[in-house]
Write a protein that binds this ligand. Structure first.
Ligand code: IMP
Ligand code: MG
Length: 189
């Protein structure tokens, strides 16, 4: 059994209300930007992006479909990928000619998203934009043009609201910072 989440919690970084307010703003912005676009397809990157997708889409007022994909990185740790990424679960949709909005939980080094972008671009969508809830700009190793960012955050390991610690705590309705020493962030050990 995992310990109660507050054992790992140093601090609440983004509380539930702040998260929801920002997500509503993003949904409004996306709805305006896609007002004249047909065939919008939201692509959720599992597992981390699922809370964000489900809240975000409630604020998107233009017609759209959703689909899911899951990726993993090899030879790396839970914190950061090195660029060797592989598709664990592919989309069920033919994306050729569609307008894609990729919905991610967090961009850290950028390697994961860079791989996803390259892979999906090869399938010739009509357009592709990126929406991430969180971004850690200090840690970026690959330059990625992100269209929608919920929050830029400092270089701290966070959990909750889709983001896990050893697959637990994705259900927390807020984003918390991990207490140093409570959890071995693989990168730092
Ligand atoms: P990137 O490829 O380095 O951008 O890493 C992105 C992936 O690393 C995310 O999809 C997360 O799974 C994971 N990740 C990066 N930072 C954190 C964090 O602070 N908490 C939990 N997972 C994280
Ligand atoms: Mg992860």
């Amino acid at each position: 059994m995992p310990k109660p989440y507050d054992y790992y919690l140093e601090d609440t970084l983004i509380d539930q209300e702040t998260l929801q307010q920002r997500i509503a703003e993003l949904g409004t912005q996306i709805s305006a930007d896609y007002a004249n676009t047909e065939d919008l397809l939201l692509i959720c990157v599992l597992k981390g992006g699922m809370m964000f997708l489900s809240d975000l889409m409630r604020h998107i007022t233009v017609p759209h479909h959703i689909d899911f994909m899951a990726v993993s990185s090899y030879g790396t740790n839970a914190r950061q990928s090195t660029g060797a990424v592989r598709i664990e679960m592919d989309l069920h949709t033919d994306i050729a000619g569609r307008n894609l909005l990729i919905v991610e939980d967090i961009i850290d080094s950028g390697h994961t998203l860079n791989y996803i972008i390259r892979t999906l671009q090869a399938r010739q969508p009509a357009s592709m934009k990126i929406c991430t809830l969180l971004s850690k700009p200090e840690r970026r190793e690959v330059d990625i043009n992100v269209d929608y960012i919920g929050f830029e955050i400092a270089n701290k390991f966070v959990f909750g609201y889709g983001l896990d610690l050893d697959e637990y705590y994705r259900n927390l309705p807020f984003i918390g910072v991990v207490r140093p020493g409570a959890y071995a962030v693989p990168d730092e050990t």
